[in-house]
Design a protein around this ligand. Structure first.
Ligand code: ATP
Ligand code: MG
Ligand code: MG
Length: 592
């Protein structure tokens, strides 16, 4: 069924929408600056969500879940969803990755243009505000510049069972920290010489509250801000500020951020409060209430797949497959090239739902969603993937006839396909057995089968080479037995095989895929995912396809009868050298 699976996030939104502060929509106005809180017009969006990837790789099926959660819920509730790049880590990020992410979200069927706003944001656009927020914390006595070396800092953080030790810089005067922070900003200190730390609690049982670093020195070129900055905010500092500036109502993230939630709240509460400075001055709040709240949900783990940009990057850089869009990759571009459709991925996400505890989803759920979306729409065609010749001995060389078959068995008004039949055909090698096993109803000497959409034939024997391998099958055709003619009923046969005309068919390369990893959980329990790469994840065959597939469109998925769903390869398919990928087989071969 296509009904969305249980989603506890809906319950949270439903409860919030009943609260008075959600009725007045105080997050009104164009997001993106510190001055957005004053009397801007009411916002038509009742909730405001965001999808915040880091542009450091191509999106994968796990991100598709986050996209469906955020863009999907916003759409469902008449809210807005922001597309935001969390681009605070310059070394690993690039324009190429950012572009690919926008493409992937659009392709999946979502838009960030809501209510006339182009809600595309970059965390780097908030660097000035973030810097201002850092100075605010310093002046409020809530942050200090720490100049311990990295080893001491690590050692002094303590362990889960042992409280941390205060840095000797922890109680330096605010004015001194401010001067040092400005020196960091001005490029007067080398990389790694100092960090700005929030001043919270070195004995907290939550390690993330033991004075986390919020700014570091990094002389790195940023793909949007260039060399403007030599200090960059840490993710844990930047993210809550991005959410607050954009007036996000619910900041949905995956469970690994649960331990960060206390800092998320600490930071926003402090930035939204008035503080006294050491010299008796007053700091006016930088943010106002209501503040966004962080809510965690379970990430997607898919069996026989790794969903980590870093690990996928390793497969690409070590040439284990052919780039980010290799059809074996669980990236959006890979799935797309494999033959997955946006509808299939959306259905998959709806079926798996959203829960509060991590689990593994069986790969068959993904394939099932693909089959269920394709079966009602995929045009049918015939392909012989492991061909041997079939020769009809009782007709002349130039005998030919035309056969018809439905484009789709459940949509008669979609019309018919036509293809020729002649003396020489291609059939699947496995459809002939010289000495048939029990319950084999296809071709063997003396047996009759129907050539699907064509004639009944009776097998008369085969040719073999010296090694005993079958090189051709021979048969007699009954010319009064054609499908959909009155004579057809006079023949009762148990077998029905597919074929293509050897004189009029489309030779093609067909790529058949198997799981990329042989381990069900390739990267859990200390396993190295590289050790379980399946060496046979790709098989290329020379196949013969129904002649009409000459007109196959890139991106259109076909059902090849008995073999599964196939799509012309987005990159390699040409008229001269057709290349098809198998998206999935017809039946589930994954569940145990
Ligand atoms: P990766 O570890 O693969 O790099 P990430 O979490 O670092 O992923 P981001 O680009 O920072 O990726 O993530 C964008 C959003 O996608 C985040 O909100 C993140 O929680 C979510 N996300 C990433 N992986 C998954 C997953 N497997 N399941 C659900 N959501 C995910
Ligand atoms: Mg990340
Ligand atoms: Mg990550």
């Amino acid at each position: 069924d296509n009904a969305p699976a249980s989603n506890f996030l809906r319950n949270i939104i439903d409860a919030d929408l009943k609260k008075p502060e959600y009725q007045v929509r105080p997050w009104a106005g164009k997001p993106g600056g510190a001055d957005v809180h004053d009397g801007a017009p009411a916002d038509p969006a009742n909730i405001r969500l965001r999808f915040p990837p880091e542009p450091n790789g191509y999106l994968h099926v796990g991100h598709a879940k986050a996209i469906c959660v955020n863009f999907g819920l916003a759409k469902e509730y008449g809210g807005a969803c922001h597309m935001r790049f969390d681009d605070t880590n310059p070394e690993k990020e690039s324009e190429e990755f950012a572009d690919s992410i926008l493409d992937a979200v659009h392709w999946l069927g979502f838009r960030w243009e809501n209510f006339g706003d182009d809600n595309l944001y970059y965390a780097s656009d908030y660097f000035d505000f973030m810097y201002q927020a850092a100075e605010f914390l310093i002046q409020a006595g809530l942050a200090y510049v720490d100049e311990q070396n990295a080893d001491d800092m690590r050692a002094n953080r303590g362990t889960l069972t042992q409280a941390g030790v205060d840095s000797p810089f922890r109680n330096r005067p605010a004015a001194e920290s401010l001067a040092r922070f400005r020196a960091m900003r001005a490029g007067e200190l080398p990389d790694g010489a100092a960090v700005l730390r929030a001043k919270i609690d070195m004995a907290s049982p939550n390690m993330n509250m033991r004075d986390p670093a919020v700014y570091r020195i990094r002389r790195a070129f940023h793909h949007r801000t260039g060399d403007d900055w030599c200090i960059y905010p840490m993710y844990t500092f930047a993210h809550p500020i991005e959410d607050a500036l954009e007036r996000i109502t619910h900041s949905f993230c995956t469970l690994e951020f649960e331990d960060q939630r206390p800092f998320y709240d600490w930071l926003l509460d402090n930035l939204a409060s008035e503080h006294k400075t050491a010299d008796g001055g007053v700091l006016k709040p930088l943010l106002s209430h209501p503040l966004p709240k962080q809510i965690e949900f379970a990430r997607l783990n898919l069996s026989y797949v790794v969903t980590s940009k870093r690990k996928l990057q390793q497969l690409v850089t070590e040439n284990k497959l052919n780039g980010w869009d290799d059809p074996r990759m669980p990236t959006i571009v890979g799935l797309r090239r494999r033959g997955y459709t946006p509808e299939a991925i959306q259905l998959f996400c709806a079926r798996i739902g959203v829960s509060k505890s991590d689990s593994w989803i069986d790969y068959s759920v993904l394939e099932g969603a693909l089959r269920d979306t394709l079966d009602p729409i995929a045009h049918r065609a015939v392909a012989v993937l492991d061909p041997i010749p079939l020769i009809l001995d009782n007709v002349d060389d130039d005998w030919a006839d035309m056969c018809t078959a439905p484009v789709h068995p459940h949509h008669p008004h979609w019309g018919v396909r036509q293809f020729t039949i002649g003396k020489r055909l291609w059939i699947e090698a496995e459809d002939f057995q010289e000495n048939p096993e029990k319950k084999f109803f296809r071709l063997f000497p003396g047996n009759r089968v129907r050539l699907r959409y064509g004639y009944v034939i009776e097998c008369t024997g085969c040719d073999k080479d010296e090694s005993g391998k079958v090189t051709a099958v021979h048969a007699q055709v009954f010319l009064d037995s054609k499908s959909s003619t009155p004579g057809a009923d006079n023949y009762k046969v148990k077998g029905n095989i597919h074929w293509v005309d050897a004189e009029d068919c489309l030779p093609a390369t067909v790529r058949l895929y198997d799981r990329l990893f042989t381990e069900e959980h390739p990267d859990s329990g200390g396993k190295n995912f590289m050790d379980s790469l399946n060496p046979n994840s790709l098989t290329e065959v020379k196949a013969y396809l129904e002649a009409g597939l000459k007109d196959a469109w890139s991106g259109t998925v076909y059902q090849f009868e008995r073999h599964g769903y196939f799509v012309p390869d987005l990159k390699d398919h040409t008229l001269e050298n057709p290349v098809f990928n198998r998206a999935t087989t017809l039946k589930d071969s994954w569940s145990k």
